[in-house]
Design a protein around this ligand. Structure first.
Ligand SMILES: O=C(O)[C@H](O)[C@@H](O)[C@H](O)[C@H](O)COP(=O)(O)O
Length: 266
């Protein structure tokens, strides 16, 4: 059971005893958003990230979700991807395919991974083009306040440095206002070449979940959630603030261990 549902600066915090409890609740959360979105729009457009997130959403492949989720209505994207071959061990697509997508009846043509045969710049451009086509046909919804895509759910992890997707602290892509998808060739976390959703796209989503586990991230969680040093050079995770959508942080106790002032209630 979550230890708290406290709201801090528009963020709902959910803190769990361990990653097993977190995974169970996260699977419930995703399944419920999927059901609501399919009811309302007939489809569910979800963007994944890489890293530990994938193992934390693996419960979706198990009962009851493997049968109850309307997998055929899912359209799957990546909030960020490493520019490597899809068969490469570093590929976020491969991670999600091996961990989840190959185990549930998603429709292969609904799985939108990047073009892995071109440069990072071209891959970002191509990916934005694909997303634009799907916004036109409303497979992906559109924001009410700008022309950005409105994903039903974007799932993010966070690094110990506060990065989300492939938006790293101090990087110029944090200022990108026009593009939906951009690229970097100097990622401090290997591999260096990546494509990433920009902040305007992340902040236009209907729902954003930031999933963070482990004590190595406790300092970054504290800096972001407790808004320590508000003038501190921006931590990317702090800039995740959906304009109209919902933001939920899923934390295990270790990641939440340095949070102050949070009142926990069962
Ligand atoms: O491709 C990537 O590297 C990821 O998308 C990245 O943004 C990840 O979510 C964080 O680095 C957290 O990763 P961990 O949860 O494994 O620490």
């Amino acid at each position: 059971m979550a230890l708290c549902g406290a709201k801090k600066d528009g963020r709902e915090l959910k803190i769990y005893e361990n990653t097993d409890e977190l995974s169970t609740d996260l699977a419930d959360y995703i399944a419920e958003l999927s059901e609501n979105s399919v009811k309302e729009r007939g489809v569910f457009a979800i963007a994944l990230s890489g890293g530990s997130l994938i193992s934390l959403i693996c419960k979706l492949c198990e009962a009851p979700y493997n049968k109850t989720v309307d997998w055929a209505k899912w359209y799957i994207f990546w909030a960020d991807e490493r520019v490597v071959a899809k068969s490469h061990a570093d590929s976020n697509y491969k991670l999600a395919k091996d961990g989840i997508l190959s185990k549930v009846p998603v429709i292969p043509s609904h799985v939108h991974s990047i073009n892995d045969t071109v440069s990072a710049e071209k891959a970002a451009e191509d990916y934005e083009f694909v997303i634009r086509q799907l916004v036109r046909t409303r497979v992906i919804n559109v924001s009410d306040i700008c022309d950005c895509p409105k994903f039903d759910l974007i799932l993010l992890g966070m690094g110990p440095d506060g990065h989300v997707a492939s938006l790293f602290p101090g990087h110029s892509v944090l200022d990108e206002k026009e593009l939906w998808v951009t690229f970097i060739t100097d990622s401090p976390k290997p591999p260096p070449e990546r494509i990433t959703f920009t902040l305007p796209v992340i902040n236009s989503a209907s729902n954003v979940a930031v999933v963070v586990t482990g004590g190595s991230k406790a300092d970054a969680v504290h800096l972001v959630v407790d808004d320590v040093e508000p003038d501190h050079p921006s931590l990317p995770a702090k800039l995740v603030q959906p304009t109209k959508g919902n933001l939920v942080w899923f934390l295990d106790k270790a990641a939440a261990s340095k949070l102050d002032g949070t009142k926990f209630s069962e």
